[in-house]
Design a protein around this ligand. Sequence first.
Ligand code: 9MR
Length: 347
Amino acid sequence: MASSAFSRDNGRDAGQRRYGAAVRPDQLVDDTPLLTAIRRCDILVPEYHGQWSAVEWRKGEPWYGNYDAIVNFAETHGMAVRGHALIWEKMTPDWARAEMLEKRDWRTVTRHFADLLPRYSGRIADWIVVNEMIDTEDGENGLRRTSFQRAYGKDYVAMALLTANGLDPQARLMINDYALCYDNPVDEARRNALLRLVENLKARGIPLHSVGLQGHLELAKGAIPQARLARFMADLADTGVKLAVTELDAIEADRHRPLAERDAAVADHTQSFLDVAMDQPAVESIVTWGLSDRHSWLQENAPDTLAAVSHAPIDGKRLNRGLPFDADMKPKRMQVVLNDAMRIQRA
Ligand code: 9MR
């Protein structure tokens, strides 16, 4: 599945691991350095355009243009696509929330799944079926209070996996969540809640193939607690699921230091995280949430947002530097760390 520009050596389990990135359809058209980096991926994930509200903003009028653009591009270049995400409260259209809460009829969800899964059957091999369902602070029994949870009860995650499996029995099904990697009471509670959920689903034979750990690293949260994280990954793997790092990037703690120091801090932190992930045989893939700092969601609240979106010249030093390439597509030390971890080498 690797593109022709890369090959892997026979390093530790690396042969089966795939590397990917989140992409936006406008990045796939021109011949840019970003596109060159995208073409080195094994997996593409629509960063935004796969969400329910992006596909069916108005009820009954689904539009697949952007989704198709990504799937077609991936197919042309021999890459896999991961669907992201069938259910995510934040990106559920208002009409769907209202309908679910009013009617409490699972067919609202089935219709949405039936729009996407058969359409991309055999073309999208794995799907994030439910995204960000854990909430141990304001949730109920560790589950986020969402329209889905309110309308259908705590078993909606299992129902969603069963429905997806019925519509595309070949697809590999995932759930995905964040804030699972650090040594603090919130992350610890979230790890336990996710593990309980996965244990329950697997014990009941619900079709769940893989669990996604988003991996939005935050340097301000302190060092990666490697032993604790390794234990967590092993506990998940023991339930019979595979694992994936699905949205890797890093939020800097201090943007006022010299660039070299900042990039070293991001690279070292990423290395510390990847050392754990790559040691766990159940981890099948690493996806970064974008490739270039110019297009990262982490810039969405930054003063340079407009320039970043419009591709205009920007002051890259002011941006968060949490992806493998900087705003001008210069590889940073994080790219070296990733390449090394994935054992991806130029042929
Ligand atoms: O990076 C994504 C950003 O461009 C979108 O506006 C946003 C809403 O769709 O989603 C961002 O990606 C999120 C991902 O889908 C789920 N985990 C958190 C990511 C960052 O917010």
